[in-house]
Design a protein around this ligand. Structure first.
Ligand code: PYC
Length: 430
């Protein structure tokens, strides 16, 4: 059953400015201001759908609801600013070389959506498809990589196990000698993987959703969710109350707290994941390099900075601060892999929050509360899932039927023992 369109309003669609080389020249010559990328609105008393969380998941869900299903009376509520949570804090790695069939199919759809996103949204999201290389430092890691490569190929995803000479050719700065503490025995190479400009993805979806008439409300915190007779009735915010039959929880690190407002308990623990960026240097690394054993992943942005990440912090917390312990650890491990980076300076470090589930797969779909939907449990994989999560959640909310791609990620699997164990495909050990 599709949702009830009870709060239909006059459309507030608008044609966004068309970004092109010609319009850049025109604006440059005329000095005319560009229109705002998205608009500010007062809260309506009611919406057909309220999405909590203004990151890539919430914005993509809003966009696909409007673009694919014509559902435009939608509000996205964001406590801070759009993209200020995990969407602005991740290391922007895109890949689909997962371990389970469910994971491979799902993330492969996301890679496809990402690859046409710039054209679809008329917004340059700077997707750089440069390949993704996971290093093996032990026989057991190589075995898991062979397993992943076979599952990937079965689902039409390009991944192969490569030997140390091929690793050296893909990333010549890596120390591939046999005298290191953790010699490189091979790797899993995944050519479709890459990096993207994460803010641009957020802004592109926000702009396109706004153009369809979706209301984007920043600085709007949900402080209560009203449930009566087992169904969603509305939400209370710091700016007033909204009546709605549908709430979609897209709040990642805060998702268990938001779900509790609706009386739904989730098997989620929130852990910080830290990252850091160096000063820019000449391009030398044109693939993403990951070492699960050394708990580190490295990529070089188009501006030349190196972006590093590590394993999640070992204790639950809502802190988004960096720690000296992380910087020391990541520097030690990066230098094990690439000793020639020793004089590079770290410019910034930060943390984002990961909503970890017991099987490292997301929780998507309905809940025991009618009209309360989950798009949560992203752990360390959230950003790369944004487009496909938005597309499938929009289909579920608009049509009432669960897309096959997310059927295995339901909340009931934990009670029924149907885990989708994806830990083996984590970029780093946890
Ligand atoms: O799964 O590729 C990944 C990843 C990178 C950083 C965090 N997760």
């Amino acid at each position: 059953m599709g949702m009830a369109l009870r709060y239909r309003q006059r459309s507030s669609r608008r044609r966004p400015a068309r970004y092109s080389a010609m319009s850049l020249v025109r604006h440059g010559l005329s000095g005319a201001a560009w229109p705002r990328v998205w608009r500010h609105h007062e809260l309506r008393p009611g919406y057909d759908v309220v999405i909590v969380g203004g990151g890539v998941h919430g914005l993509a869900t809003a966009y696909y609801l409007a673009a694919n299903h014509g559902t435009t009376n939608v509000a996205v509520l964001e406590r801070g600013y759009l993209g200020g949570g995990g969407s602005g804090r991740n290391t922007a790695i895109i890949r689909s070389n997962y371990l389970t069939p469910e994971g491979v199919r799902f993330y492969d759809r996301s890679v496809h959506l990402y690859s046409t996103l710039a054209a679809d949204l008329n917004f340059n999201v700077m997707f750089s498809r440069r390949g993704h290389l996971t290093l093996a430092h032990s026989d057991s890691a190589l075995r898991t990589m062979r397993w992943r490569a076979e599952v990937n190929k079965l689902h039409g995803v390009d991944s192969e196990v490569v030997d140390p000479a091929e690793v050296a050719a893909l990333a010549p700065r890596l120390d591939t000698s046999a005298n290191t503490r953790y010699p490189i025995l091979g790797g899993l190479y995944h050519p479709p993987g890459g990096i993207i400009r994460h803010d641009a993805v957020v802004w592109g979806y926000a702009r396109a959703a706004d153009a369809h008439g979706v209301h984007l409300h920043q600085g709007t915190e949900v402080v209560g969710i009203d449930v009566a007779g087992g169904a969603i009735r509305g939400v209370r915010t710091n700016r007033g109350s909204i009546a709605t039959p549908v709430v979609v929880n897209c709040t990642a690190g805060w998702s268990s707290l938001v779900s509790e407002l609706a009386g739904v308990r989730l098997p989620i623990t929130t852990l910080p994941l830290q990252a850091a960026v160096t000063e820019p240097v000449r391009p030398f690394l044109d693939t993403v390099v990951v070492s699960g054993t050394l708990h580190v992943y490295v990529s070089q942005t188009d501006r030349g900075e190196l972006v590093f990440g590590a394993a999640v912090d070992p204790y639950p917390s809502y802190s988004t601060r960096g720690s000296l312990e992380f910087t020391e650890g990541v520097a030690t491990n990066v230098l094990e892999l690439m000793p020639s980076l020793a004089s590079l300076r770290v410019l910034r470090q930060w943390a984002g929050l990961c909503d970890m589930t017991p099987d490292y797969s997301p929780i998507m779909g309905r809940t025991p509360v009618d009209g309360f939907y989950l798009d949560v449990g992203w752990g360390t994989y959230g950003f790369k899932a944004g487009p496909v999560a938005g597309e499938t959640m929009a289909e579920l909310v608009a049509t009432g039927s669960t897309p096959d791609l997310i059927a295995g990620f339901d909340l009931a699997r934990f009670a029924e023992g149907r885990m989708v164990g994806e830990r083996g495909a984590a970029a780093v050990g946890h």
